[in-house]
Structures are given as structure tokens and as C-alpha cells.
Design a protein around this ligand. Structure first.
Ligand code: NDP
Length: 252
């Protein structure tokens, strides 16, 4: 689906170096957007390759910027210097995320901190660093990548699901706070999505997962990317503070 208003729109996607984020960036590139994506120290080469891929897909431009979502100063510096050069960013996809699965009684504080710092605080810091840019832009849309486990919980994913549930609270409060400025914010809750991570799943485990999904298939990164483009576009201009599951019916 092509959304004409995404053409030339400046959109920042975090965690676009692989998986779901990469497909989101590719979809936006094929819409003709100016795709901005972060990369971490030591990943310059991956960033340059991705920049080339996105521009060959049709991006107006693809600009890699260096920051880790847990490093506030790095985020501010990268975003401010981008905005100074190119002008305000009007779309944000807070997609970067990690999971450190462990049963609760064995959970280490360092893993809990890293999960909350990346998944929840990281999204809040990036959004906050863009606040002035958002006030100068039009049709601003922010999308937070939560998860279906942020709604339904999952054993061994206590810190992950807490971080994803936290993102839902952030989404709703932020949406209420900025709606009068015509800034929208929504959360997406994917279920099981085929990525490099799920490719290695044991056949038995895969079957067990599938038996719980009414649509009887895993989701694809393309399913998620299509939803993100819709939420960034004016086609969804009356939707804010919403939490949208994309899980094949897993959590009906
Ligand atoms: P991947 O592990 O494939 O990719 C994660 C991305 O996040 C990478 O680009 C990684 O960059 C980046 N990242 C991680 N930590 C940081 C950090 N501190 N600073 C900057 N970037 C960081 O994940 P998926 O594509 O599978 O998932 C993407 C999002 O979707 C996540 O938020 C995940 O929780 C969520 N999700 C995924 C589901 C699935 O089935 N796959 C289901 C539900 C939700 P780098 O290359 O530098 O490591």
C-alpha cells in the first residue's frame, strides 16, 4: 500500500539494522520517505550498506545517525545535528528492543536494568529528544513497538513484558498530552513474527506456538511494516493513544 503523504516525510526508525525495524525502514524507503535510522558504535559498515539498500529502494534519502537508545547525550547530539542540517523529523518508530529471558527468581538486576533502559526508557528518551522538532513539524506520528506479551504476560519474560506494558502507559499518556498539537502516538503489539530469532525455533516449539494462533501462521515482518506505514500516514489521522495487536488472533 502506497501512502502519498509519506513521500519526502522525515521518519526516524530505531533498531533498523535487522529484523522488524529493517523491514519497516525498507517499506518507508519504497514510499519515498527520507529514512533516518540509528546505529551503534562499531556498526558503521552495516549502516552504510543499509543506507545504500534503502536509497536503491526509492528513499528520498537514507541517513544513518550514531546513537545507542540508552545514551541520552548521544541521542540528543545525533538528533540535534540531523535537525539542524535537514529540518524537523515528523515520524518516529521506537522499535529498538531486547529481551533477556529468565525465570523471575533468577532475574539479575543488570538484565532487568538493561531491558527497561533499552525498551522503555530508550523510547522515552528518543521521543523526548525530538519534542522541539515535533512542535515545528506537521502530521507528527509516533509509534511504540510494544508486544502482545505486554498485554497478556509470559513466563520467563517478566522484565520484557513489564517494559512492553510500560510502553503502553507511555503511549496513552503522551498521546493525551500532545493531541492538542496534532501529534499522534500509538502502540503496536506484535505476536510471533518470523525473524532470524524465530527461524531457529525447534519444530515442536513452533508447532506448539502455531496451535495457539487462530490464523494458523506466524506473522511476517511485512505485516508489521504495513501497519507502521498506515499509522505514520494521514490515512490514520483520527487514531491516537491506540494499542493495536498484530498477532493472528493469539490474544483474543
Ligand atoms: P532484533 O533483535 O532482530 O533487532 C533489534 C534491533 O534493536 C537491532 O537493530 C538492534 O541494533 C537494536 N537495538 C537493540 N538495543 C539497542 C540499543 N541499546 N540502542 C540502539 N539500538 C538497539 O529484534 P526484532 O526485529 O525481532 O524486534 C524488533 C522490535 O519488535 C523489538 O522492540 C521487539 O521487542 C519487538 N517485538 C518483536 C517480536 C518478534 O516476534 N520478533 C514480537 C513482539 C515484539 P544492533 O544491531 O546494534 O544490535
Amino acid at each position: 500500500m502506497i501512502y502519498s503523504d509519506l513521500k519526502e516525510k522525515k521518519i526516524l526508525v530505531t533498531g533498523a539494522t535487522r529484523g522488524i525495524g529493517k523491514k519497516i525502514a525498507m517499506n518507508l524507503a519504497s514510499q519515498g520517505a527520507h529514512v533516518v535510522f540509528n546505529y551503534r558504535e562499531g556498526k558503521e559498515e552495516i549502516a552504510q550498506v543499509l543506507k545504500g539498500e534503502l536509497e536503491s529502494l526509492g528513499a528520498l534519502k537514507a541517513t544513518p545517525i550514531l546513537f545507542d537508545v540508552t545514551q541520552e547525550e548521544q541521542i540528543k547530539e545525533a538528533i540535534n545535528s540531523f535537525v539542524k542540517e535537514y529540518g524537523p523529523i515528523s515520524g518516529l518508530v521506537n522499535n529498538a528492543g531486547i529481551s533477556k529471558d529468565q525465570i523471575f527468581f533468577r532475574l539479575k538486576k543488570a538484565d532487568l536494568d538493561q531491558t527497561l533502559d533499552t525498551n522503555l526508557k530508550g523510547a522515552m528518551l528518543v521521543t523526548s529528544s525530538l519534542s522541539r522538532s515535533f512542535l515545528r513539524a506537521e502530521n507528527v506520528s509516533v509509534i511504540n513497538m510494544s508486544s502482545v506479551v505486554g498485554l497478556m504476560g509470559n513466563p520467563s519474560q517478566v522484565s520484557y513484558s513489564a517494559s512492553k506494558a510500560g510502553l503502553i502507559g507511555f503511549t496513552k499518556s503522551f498521546a493525551k498530552e500532545v493531541a492538542s498539537r496534532n501529534i499522534r502516538c500509538n502502540a503496536i503489539c506484535p505476536g510471533f513474527i518470523e525473524t532470524e530469532m524465530t527461524e531457529t525455533l525447534d519444530e515442536q516449539v513452533r508447532k506448539a506456538y502455531l496451535s495457539k494462533i487462530p490464523l494458523q501462521r506466524m506473522g511476517s515482518v511485512d505485516d508489521v511494516a504495513q501497519l507502521v506505514s498506515f499509522l505514520l500516514s494521514k490515512a490514520s489521522s483520527y487514531i491516537t493513544g491506540e494499542v493495536i495487536k498484530i498477532d493472528g488472533g493469539l490474544y483474543i
